[in-house]
Design a protein around this ligand. Structure first.
Ligand code: 13P
Ligand code: SF4
Length: 342
């Protein structure tokens, strides 16, 4: 345990925050943990001048946006990105939204929180909002009621799974082919209520329906819950789907002695397996690792804390021109959730 003791002695000026996919060695140092929605809410209530965010870049950016004046947000692994968040570049999102606006339909953009801040800013400018996996259904319903149609980005799987949970069918959505009908001069965009950006999480895409079939064959009485970034085929084959906090609760509430298959990132699944070992058997539907989440190590966390102490840290900077529109899209989410009691 070369780093743990020094990390544990960190200054009271620092609050360490971590997403559920962080490895045990890191999460044990976090006084605030949660799914993306919980972290966004709880970060807004932190008073300490420094927030150290153990997670990926888009999460730290959102935290920096919601931070109080003078408060600094630090990402111990500055190279921790999110494969999915990179699938919808801001300039392309703006081009597509401008083209959709030119058709005369009022298309409301709804961005999954797994997007760069620049995208959240474009979404805010076009009157849209952010959502997380925990409130996607509430936010999609809001967006469908707010205009003539919705552009959901970048996760087409979360979009389809959420739409289905609201009673929409395949006839109600269209996955944009960015080259053919997303850009000026391209083909027409069908007049459907839901347009989906063709992105996905490469990690959750590795979990396939045959893995659920194999698990049910090996454990006929098992229950299976997956993250809604998995394909619709997986979500339909599972007993339940929801955010990382939902999956944690699913295991907590499992029948004693039962077998529970969890389809999401391996760090969380194995933590649940160890935590609930005396209560139920938790198994990964498939072993999948988010290498970006894994970039935060105890060593890098300690280096970050030392740099803060030495006054040499480089906090996450939110470009001034993105602040107001990106904040508008995030706050719209927090407002809608507060109004609906979600
Ligand atoms: P949650 O909001 O469910 O924690 O998910 C974040 C994420 O990146 C899942 O891959
Ligand atoms: Fe991004 Fe997927 Fe990693 Fe989540 S698991 S942070 S969506 S790459």
């Amino acid at each position: 345990m070369p780093y743990a003791e020094e990390i544990a002695r960190h200054s009271a000026d620092v609050t360490i925050v971590g997403h559920h996919y962080q490895q045990d060695a890191v999460i044990r140092h976090c006084s605030v943990t949660g799914d993306s929605l919980e972290l966004a809410r709880r970060v807004a209530a932190i008073n300490s001048p420094h927030i150290v965010f153990c997670g990926v870049f888009f999460m730290a950016e959102s935290a920096a946006l919601l931070a109080r004046p003078g408060q600094q947000v630090h990402l111990p692994a500055a190279d921790a990105n999110c494969v999915m968040a990179q699938m919808a570049p801001a300039a392309l999102v703006r081009t597509v939204l401008s083209r959709l606006a030119a058709t005369g339909r009022r298309i409301v953009p709804l961005a999954y929180v797994n997007t760069p801040l620049a995208v959240k800013a474009v979404v805010g400018e076009f009157g849209g909002a952010v959502c997380t996996s925990a409130n996607a259904a509430i936010m999609l319903r809001w967006a469908l009621n707010a205009g003539d149609g919705v552009l959901f980005l970048p996760d087409a799987n979360l979009g389809r799974n959420t739409a289905r949970s609201l009673g929409l069918t395949e006839q109600d959505w269209h996955v944009l082919d960015i080259r053919r009908n997303g850009l000026p001069g391209g083909g027409p965009v069908p007049d459907r209520p839901l347009l989906l950006w063709p992105g996905c999480c490469a990690i959750h895409a590795k979990i396939r329906p045959e893995h659920l079939t194999a698990m049910r064959a090996a454990h006929p009485d098992c229950r299976i819950a997956v993250h809604p970034e998995c394909s619709p085929a997986c979500v339909q084959a599972a007993d339940a789907a929801g955010s990382t906090s939902f999956l944690i609760n699913y295991v907590r509430q499992a029948a004693p002695g039962s077998v529970v298959g969890i389809g999401t990132e391996a760090n969380l699944v194995h933590r649940l397996r160890r935590q609930y070992a005396g209560h139920c058997t938790v198994l990964p539907v498939r072993e999948v690792i988010c290498h970006d989440m894994a970039k935060t190590t105890e060593e890098r966390l300690l280096a970050c804390l030392r740099s803060i102490k030495a006054g040499q840290a480089r906090p996450v900077i939110v470009p001034e021109r993105q602040k107001a529109p990106a904040k508008a899209s995030l706050e719209r989410m927090l407002d809608v959730c507060a109004r609906t009691g979600a």
